[in-house]
Design a protein around this ligand. Structure first.
Ligand SMILES: [Zn+2]
Ligand SMILES: [Zn+2]
Length: 584
């Protein structure tokens, strides 16, 4: 979409400024040629093959088509000072939230002006309220359908701007840390916050840096090539915006406070409140600088995070557990559970090949899994009614069997199980009959269609599928796609009950856009006695490494290897699958 050259060129930023001006002028009812002048200049600047800063310093702004004397002056002012009085004055004529209205797809400046003039709607929140109260449909030119579409867009916009997928966020955080570690002032650098706790989705990123002279870190942060915007700067904390609108806070602390700061900025808030209470009971004070004796002010602990927990009489608590849901009590008794590790994972029970919508052959997928140290996989290509994926007919299942047999011979003792990701059709009917299912070694079932059904209908539909003796696992139980599709309506507590009763495992799908089942529900499943399968749902060999995200979710759900089918040796897994088929 944007053709912003790499590095810190401000072309995109300047183009957005001009777009913003054009939008506001349009809302104001200015003549089209003035509006278009800004819009055309925005497009030219975004498409420049060199940084606009260079063009400016070399006095060549007028060479850009559509830039006259007035615009040259404005661009010069903005590039030199970082703001533009003309734009600020224009913005001041409207409520502050109006600018965000211009970013709602499907609204546009002309309709934004109408809803502002006729309904006084001047922000995203007000627009959402007006749509929910069905007031928008009465504005000429909008109507019921636009109102409905706008609600969807608002929803998407709200999610996109507030929560980020964990994998993309982790990639950015690691890039930034690599750069920061190269900064001479920096001794240590890590990520903290919700990313260290590995939440399903991430708001802001917190980076923590140890430096003898923290004030020297600020310059390194500002020089990071990833910086798109600086929100706040200072010796102790610098906040920047990077790609995707992600906010990153970099905090610099002295090495003697490192452990306390890491503990503090990892959170969660609820967990930290409990820790501070324990400190107070002992006559201490805990903050981001250390654990101190309240009377004497002496530092009790602070250099390493484990020291802080140790001084408080607690086992070190894995970041994924720090939510105050029982971990502090158990740590005080030295009874924290042994959590699943990535190295416990022996198999992967959900992946696709080019027999359906995957990009790699059966053999390629098997060899890639073997290279990652897996001992077995279940190949779960789609079932016949999912036509868009070229789902397997009974005939093609039989043909695929021969290919799998060959791969198994070549790679023994590594083992490919022939499985299926079978569609659960409406009313809970299955996509294959029992005879076909009996011929497969591993049957998992998924909802891919009819997601708008009511909660009752959906719950019964899933429950009915799980009662079939061949179904071993329910895949991505909530069906959400982070940032684009909400989970379907379902009584998950009831689904868990049925799964436990019939010995059906629940999947934790590791695709970053899914992260489904979520950790909160997986924890409830664990407490109810459920078993799990943690899978990549890989559609190509490169995705087999996504397992770490599913494992992180499992850890947040307090799962150990005993809860996870694909952490078991193959013989145990096969025994479990056979037993499942004996439970009607
Ligand atoms: Zn699926
Ligand atoms: Zn799948």
């Amino acid at each position: 979409m944007s053709s912003t050259p790499p590095g810190r060129s401000r072309n995109g930023e300047v183009a957005r400024l001009l777009e913003g001006i054009a939008g506001l002028l349009e809302v104001k009812g200015e003549q089209a040629f003035r509006v278009n002048a800004y819009r055309n200049a925005a497009r030219r600047i975004e498409g420049l093959s060199e940084p606009i800063e260079t063009v400016h310093t070399e006095g060549r702004l007028r060479e850009i088509q559509g830039v006259g004397v007035a615009l040259e002056q404005k661009l010069g002012e903005y590039l030199t000072t970082g703001s533009l009085r003309y734009y600020e004055a224009l913005r001041a004529e409207f409520p502050p939230g109006l600018v965000e209205l211009l970013e709602v797809p499907g609204l546009g400046p002309r309709k934004a002006r109408l809803v502002f003039e006729q309904l006084g709607v001047g922000s995203l929140v007000e627009l959402e309220a007006a749509a929910r109260e069905h007031r928008l449909r009465d504005v000429p030119g909008l109507g019921e359908r636009t109102e409905q579409n706008l609600l969807t867009e608002i929803d998407r916009l709200k999610r996109r701007t507030t929560r980020h997928q964990v994998e993309a966020t982790l990639t950015i955080a690691e890039e930034l840390l690599d750069r920061l570690r190269a900064c001479p002032a920096v001794r240590r650098a890590v990520y903290a916050g919700s990313l260290r706790r590995m939440q399903d989705t991430i708001g802001d990123v917190d980076l923590l840096v140890a430096a003898e002279r923290p004030e020297e870190v600020e310059r390194c942060v500002l020089e990071l090539p990833q910086v798109r915007d600086v929100l706040r700067q200072g010796p102790a904390r610098t906040s920047i915006l990077v790609r995707g609108g992600l906010q990153v806070d970099v905090r610099a602390v002295e090495p003697k406070s490192w452990g306390a700061a890491l503990q503090y900025f990892t959170g969660s808030k609820a967990h930290n409140i409990r820790l501070r209470e324990i400190a107070i009971k002992r006559g201490w004070k805990l903050n981001e600088y250390g654990l101190f004796d309240e009377r004497t002010g002496t530092l009790v602990a602070g250099a390493e995070e484990d020291d802080v927990y140790d001084a408080l009489g607690l086992q070190p608590i894995p970041p994924e557990l720090r939510e105050d849901t029982g971990e502090i009590e158990l740590a005080a008794e030295g009874r924290l559970p042994r959590l699943l590790e990535l190295s416990d994972i022996r198999g992967d029970l959900h992946l696709h090949s080019n027999w359906t919508d995957g990009g790699s052959s059966v053999e390629e997928m098997a060899r890639a899994a073997l290279a990652l140290g897996r001992e077995y996989i279940a190949l779960t290509d789609h079932s016949k009614s999912l036509g868009v994926t070229n789902g397997l007919t009974e005939q093609r299942i039989a043909e695929q069997r021969l290919v799998i047999d060959e791969v198994n011979q070549a790679l023994a003792p590594f083992r490919v199980l022939q499985g299926t990701e079978m569609d659960i059709k409406r009313e809970g009917r299955l996509d294959y009959d029992d005879e076909t299912l009996a011929s497969l070694e591993y049957v998992s079932a998924s909802i891919h269609s009819g997601m708008k059904q009511t909660r009752e209908v959906m719950t019964e539909r899933i429950a009915r599928a799980l009662r079939n003796r061949y179904v071993a696992t329910l895949n991505h139980p909530h069906g959400r796609l982070i940032g684009s599709r909400a989970a379907y309506e379902v009584d998950m507590a009831a689904v868990i009950r049925v799964a436990v009763e019939h010995g059906v495992a629940l999947e934790i799908n590791s695709q970053p856009a899914r992260m489904d089942l979520e950790s909160i529900w997986a924890r409830r499943g664990r407490d109810a006695g459920a078993k799990f399968a943690i899978n990549t749902d890989a559609h190509a060999t490169g995705q087999l490494g996504l397992m770490r995200f599913g494992v992180a979710t499992a850890r947040r759900a307090w799962l150990g290897p005993e809860h996870v089918l694909n952490a078991w040796p193959l013989a145990d897994l096969l025994g479990h699958l056979a037993a499942r088929r004996r439970i009607p």
